[in-house]
Ligand binder design. Structure first.
Ligand code: AMP
Length: 490
């Protein structure tokens, strides 16, 4: 084991070993959510399949990655900071042999970006080894954490996911099923869990269904769960269904078995998954996201038309919405910005000169498509407002005559406490400024956002089934407001 990783074995005879370090966290941009993955398959290299599953979920988190594998006796795991392909190589995968695995890619919502917070969390418990991967954010983590500490449970990290792990490991209940049910009664907020025990994999989704989680089948006898359906195709698995809000699904070599389906009083799917997070080739509620993002662009063109020569996107996340805007308005769609597809997360800090170049590190403008033109620039969201202004300037420098910014989501005026690192009130530009103020800040000729009604119409779903917290400040659960780093173990 190198000195910046955590790996180990959890079973009756071993303790968990690991060494940690605190690598630099150079990226101050809001991050993505986490990606969770789980698999049960005899006669398959489950660690390798988990690696490729995580690879397909990389957009959901780039800070750390980890895999835990059970062979029916013990759980082995490896996790480290970085992208999936930076964390794992053949040597790291080789010891991870077994027939069930879970994997996790992380960005921080609660807990900062350090190895102690990397997942899966693996502990030894009275019922044997336990590994947990979590996507989301518990809104009552502070009180649950306090309870654990008062009971004498030691915590090594600032992550609410460790709280979940310890609640399961030491919580009430004689079986894992009972423990999971007790946990679900106590936990508030967003959680999609993959829970690996010695002899079963559990997939658990919070009763609000805040973030996605789906079930797939691999061949005749293999079963997969993943945050998004895009990870199923990557490993040759077929989409079966979504894990229902409030569901606990147990998977063993005998197949999946529904353990509980808590009646969901009020589902509250995260709208930001629809706007930005989830991959456009993933399915949400039975529809491919790409089509819904095109529909967002169409709605936007109807709500905020514009006299212009060309429609371009901020690539890649706004591309489907820009296509929709072009289709509806009849203004031709073209590419005006090319993004370095490999920019991702880097541990190499740009020097001062490069930092001043800002978004030039990420985008180049295609002058031929822009010079002398009136441009509609479609973006999926404006969060802090740090990105769009420099892009507008870049387009003008490339010769654009006018730049009209159209955003395929409503203004983000409130933080997210349910699993999206959406920045704090003072950081959110739409909290501080009016739309006209934002237009001036961006230096755009005009600025318009999609309405909440238009956004929800584009999904084809009942408006009452969404969480609109970041747009309206109304959250589906009570929020205990805490700082992201309030639990830091220093
Ligand atoms: P900014 O307004 O500078 O904070 O950046 C907003 C841009 O970043 C949008 O165009 C999105 O494509 C992207 N974005 C939105 N939310 C997030 C997030 N939580 N993490 C990373 N990027 C995001």
């Amino acid at each position: 084991m190198d000195d910046q990783s955590l790996s180990g074995v959890a079973d009756r005879n071993h303790t968990i070993a690991g060494e940690t370090d605190d690598p630099a966290t150079p990226d101050d941009k809001p991050g993505h959510e986490c990606g969770v993955f789980g698999i049960v398959a005899a006669d398959a290299d489950v660690a390798r399949l988990t690696f490729f599953g995580l690879y397909a979920l990389q957009h959901r988190g780039q800070e750390s990655a980890g895999i835990a594998v059970s062979n029916g006796r013990s759980i082995r795991y490896y996790k480290n900071m970085g992208l999936v392909a930076q964390v794992f190589d053949e040597e790291k995968l080789r010891p991870l042999s077994g027939y069930m695995a879970i994997g996790h890619t992380r960005y921080s919502t609660t807990g900062s970006s350090k190895l102690e917070n990397a997942q899966p969390f693996v502990v030894e418990s009275a019922l044997g080894p336990l590994a947990v991967g979590h996507n989301g954010n518990l809104t009552n983590a502070a009180s649950l954490r306090r309870e654990l500490l008062q009971r004498g449970v030691g915590l090594t990290s600032s992550s609410d996911s460790e709280v979940i792990t310890q609640m399961l490991a030491g919580g009430e209940g004689r079986t894992w099923e009972e423990k999971l049910k007790v946990f679900m009664v106590r936990a508030q907020g967003a959680y999609c869990l993959t829970v690996l025990t010695r002899d079963a994999l559990y997939a658990v989704r919070d009763p609000w269904g805040l973030h996605p989680l789906c079930l797939g089948q691999l061949g005749e006898q293999g079963w997969v769960v993943a945050s998004e359906s895009c990870a199923l195709g990557t490993i040759g698995a077929e989409f079966v269904r979504e894990i229902e809000p409030g569901e606990i699904l147990k998977i063993t070599l005998d197949g999946p078995q529904v353990i509980a389906r808590q009646p969901s009083l009020h589902t509250a799917a995260c709208l930001f998954e629809y706007i930005y997070f989830a991959r456009p080739d993933s399915m949400l509620h039975g529809k491919v996201l790409h089509a819904m993002r095109v529909a967002q662009g169409r709605e936007l063109a109807r709500e905020a038309p514009c006299d212009a020569d060309v429609v371009i996107a901020v690539p890649d996340s706004a591309t489907p919405a820009a296509i929709g805007y072009a289709q509806e308005s009849g203004i031709p769609y073209s590419e005006g910005l090319i993004k370095n597809r490999y920019i991702g997360r880097t541990f190499i800090q740009p020097d001062d000169r490069l930092r001043k170049l800002g978004i030039a590190l990420k985008f180049n403008a295609l002058t031929d498509n822009l010079a002398g033109k009136r441009v509609v620039l479609v973006d999926d969201s404006i969060v802090r407002g740090n990105t769009s202004g420099p892009i507008v300037r870049l387009l003008r420098e490339a010769g654009a005559r006018e730049v009209h910014v159209r955003v395929s989501s409503p203004p983000i005026r409130h933080p997210c406490f349910l699993g999206v690192d959406m920045a704090t009130y003072p950081e959110l530009i739409a909290h501080r400024l009016t739309i006209e103020g934002i237009r001036q800040h961006l230096g755009a000729d005009s600025l318009a956002y999609l309405s909440l009604e238009g956004l929800i119409r584009s999904t084809g779903r009942d408006p009452a089934t969404f969480c609109t917290g970041c747009f309206t400040g109304q959250y589906p659960v009570e929020i205990e407001v805490v700082d992201k780093e309030v639990f830091e173990v220093r």
